[in-house]
Design a protein around this ligand. Structure first.
Ligand SMILES: Cc1cc2nc3c(=O)[nH]c(=O)nc-3n(C[C@H](O)[C@H](O)[C@H](O)COP(=O)(O)O)c2cc1C
Length: 268
C-alpha cells in the first residue's frame, strides 16, 4: 500500500505531527509512506496561459517538478493532504500546486483515491481552509474520507507557555480519538477497494464539473473517453432513486443555463 502525504507547510511541525499520528495508527506492515514536502520542490507560479485547459497540460510552459508530484499522487493508494492555515488560506506552496493542477478540476485523474485532509491552525480560518480543501480534493475526484481540523495550541502540549487559548486535555483526547477513527476508516476503504456511494454533495460536484465540457474540446474528449458524459457519476455505483433524480434535474438545469449563456453571448 502506497500512502502519499502531501505537506503544504514550509516547516515540519504541527500538521506533520498529526500526519505522524496517522502513520503510527496505520502501522508499517506492507505500507510505504511517501512524504512530499512541497517546500523542497521547484514549482513555478501558474502563468495564466490557459493552455492546460484549452489543449493539454503537456503544453504547460513551466518546466519544474510538478509532473513528479502529479505522478506520485496518481500512483497513491491513499493521500493525506496536510496544511496549516496561513492568513485564512492555504500557504503559498500548496496554493501554487493547486493552481498549477487546475486542469484536474476539468479532467479528473484521482477518481476514487481515498483521501484525508489535515488542517492545523491557531483557531481562525480553519473552516474556510477545510471547505476550500474539500472542494479541491473532491473536484479532483478523490474519495474524501474526512477532514481533521486541529487547533494547534489546544492540541499540542508543548504550546502551553505561548498560547492565550492553552493546551486542553479534553480537546486533545477528543481529537486523538477522531484521528484514530478517521485513520481506521481510511485504511478500511483502501483495503476493501469498494468504491464509495457518492453523497449529494459529490453528485452536485460531478454535474458542475461536467459543465466544463461545454467550453473545452480537451475536456469533452477526456470525459467522452471515460464514458462520463452520460453517466450519473465517475463510476458505476448503486444510487438510490432520490440521488438519481437529483443528478438528472441538476444536469438538465446546468445544460439549460449553459444554453442560455451561449445564446446571450452570441446575441451580444
Ligand atoms: C504566516 C502565518 C500565517 C498564519 N495565519 C493563520 C491564520 O490565519 N489563522 C490561524 O488560525 N493560524 C494562522 N497561523 C498559525 C498556523 O496555522 C498554526 O501555527 C499551524 O498549527 C501551523 O502548522 P504547521 O506547523 O504544520 O505549519 C499562521 C502562521 C503563520 C506562520
Amino acid at each position: 500500500m502506497n500512502i502519499v502525504v502531501l505537506s503544504g507547510s514550509p516547516r515540519k511541525k504541527d500538521s506533520l505531527n498529526v500526519c505522524k499520528e496517522i502513520e503510527a495508527r496505520l502501522g508499517t506492515e506492507n505500507i510505504n509512506y511517501d512524504y512530499i514536502f512541497l517546500k523542497d520542490y521547484k514549482i513555478e507560479d501558474c502563468r495564466g496561459c490557459g493552455l492546460c485547459f484549452k489543449k493539454s497540460e503537456r503544453l504547460c510552459p513551466c518546466k519544474d517538478d510538478l509532473s513528479l508530484i502529479r505522478e506520485k499522487l496518481i500512483a497513491a493508494d491513499g493521500i493525506v493532504f496536510a496544511t496549516p492555515v496561513y492568513a485564512y488560506q492555504v500557504p503559498a506552496p500548496l496554493k501554487r500546486i493547486i493552481d498549477r493542477m487546475s486542469f484536474l478540476f476539468h479532467r479528473q485523474e484521482l477518481v476514487g483515491v481515498p483521501a484525508i485532509i489535515v488542517v492545523t491552525s491557531d483557531g481562525g480560518g480553519h473552516k474556510q481552509v477545510s471547505k476550500y480543501m474539500k472542494m479541491t480534493v473532491t473536484g479532483w475526484g478523490c474519495n474524501l474520507i474526512d477532514t481533521i481540523n486541529i487547533i494547534s495550541p489546544m492540541y499540542f502540549e508543548d504550546k502551553k507557555e505561548n498560547s492565550a487559548w492553552g493546551y486542553d486535555e479534553y480537546y486533545h483526547n477528543k481529537m486523538t480519538t477522531r484521528i484514530k477513527k478517521i485513520t481506521d476508516r481510511f485504511k478500511e476503504v483502501i483495503e476493501s477497494e469498494v468504491r464509495k456511494i457518492p453523497s449529494f454533495y459529490e453528485i452536485f460536484m460531478f454535474n458542475c464539473l461536467r459543465s466544463k465540457t461545454f467550453t473545452s474540446q480537451a475536456d469533452y474528449d477526456f470525459w467522452n473517453d471515460k464514458g462520463w458524459l452520460e453517466s450519473y457519476y465517475f463510476y458505476d455505483t448503486k444510487l438510490n432513486p432520490l440521488k438519481k433524480i437529483f443528478g438528472t434535474i441538476l444536469r438538465a438545469l446546468i445544460e439549460l443555463a449553459g444554453r442560455r449563456l451561449k445564446n446571450k453571448i452570441c446575441q451580444s
